[in-house]
Design a protein around this ligand. Structure first.
Ligand code: PMP
Length: 286
């Protein structure tokens, strides 16, 4: 990705829409310095917003996972998104990001006051990447477990770990990395879920609580199964990916992304990857 510097942005905060990159947090807000912030990402493109309801519901689930109380109904978030996208011309793709954070400290400062949750909705112009493929390497960093991080939330505080995976990958000449969990099983990439194809069947790591079991991942699995494909959710090792016929990623931002190189091995944009992408776009009505 890489957000454009001059993109149009609209932000809803405290009952009003504001154009641009609105300041929303105070210097002393709990979320500012103690990292109690959750977000979710949905997309608008070609007139559709696939799985918007699930993305809006997940931001509230993430809020609770960080010990904060929900401050806005999921239905209200959906209504605000529908209102907000009308502020744009309609022909450009958008990134839709609801966010919740804690304003006040709780009894022991490091804990949030559960009733001080704030909400903002930021919508930005962001084009959909072309279906041209990306490159993956491995990484020395791993996903934390639930006992050491809030992996049951989509929380900003998890992303510096993913950022260092990306920087490590970039330093090796790759765009992204397949990361493993603490047991050495493949988890996901630094930005999306991971799939592979072998002998005509589709494989993806079984959710084990260490990685984000994505909304796009679930949608693609369902669409592929409904179309007669075999999709296995099982424990996978890096070796499996080294011998895969196809690899692709799923995530809200880019939907289905083909992987055209894993380490030194080049891969085709194969039949199943293309089918997953086509099924997703057909289902979305895009
Ligand atoms: N894993 C990570 C680390 C992500 O940031 C994302 C993007 N939200 C995903 C997986 C994919 O999740 P989803 O399909 O719900 O966007």
């Amino acid at each position: 990705m890489g957000m454009l510097p001059n993109r149009q942005i609209w932000t809803w905060f405290e009952g009003e829409w504001h154009e641009g990159n609105l300041p929303i947090m105070g210097a002393a807000d709990h979320g500012t310095w103690l990292g109690t912030l959750v977000f979710d990402g949905a997309r608008y493109f070609n007139g559709v917003m696939p799985d918007l309801d699930l993305h809006c519901a997940r931001v509230n689930a993430s809020t609770k996972a960080l010990g904060m109380n929900e401050c806005i109904d999921t239905v209200k978030i959906i209504q605000l998104v529908e209102e907000g996208v009308k502020k744009f011309s309609g022909d450009k793709a958008l990134y839709i990001r609801p966010m919740c954070w804690s304003k006040l400290a709780g009894a022991s400062t490091v804990d949030p006051d559960p009733n001080s949750t704030a909400f903002a909705l930021c919508i930005e112009e962001e084009s959909m990447p072309a279906f041209t493929g990306t490159t993956l390497t491995t990484t020395s960093f791993t996903r934390p477990t639930l006992s050491s991080a809030v992996v049951n939330a989509k929380a900003g505080c998890l992303y510096p770990n993913n950022a260092r995976m990306l920087q490590e990958a970039q330093s090796k000449g790759f765009a992204n990395a397949i990361c493993c969990d603490a047991l050495g099983n493949v988890a996901e990439t630094a930005t999306a879920n991971i799939f592979m194809v072998k002998n005509g069947e589709v494989y993806t790591p079984v959710p084990n609580g260490t990685f984000l079991s994505g909304i796009t991942r679930a949608r693609v699995i369902q669409l592929m199964r409904d179309a007669g494909e075999t999709v296995h959710e099982i424990v996978l090792k890096l070796e499996d990916f080294h011998t895969a016929d196809e690899i692709f990623m799923t995530g809200n931002y880019s939907k289905v992304t083909p992987v055209i190189k894993f380490e030194e091995r080049e891969l085709p944009i194969g039949e199943k990857t293309t089918k997953a992408r086509d099924l997703y776009f057909a289902w979305a009505g895009a």
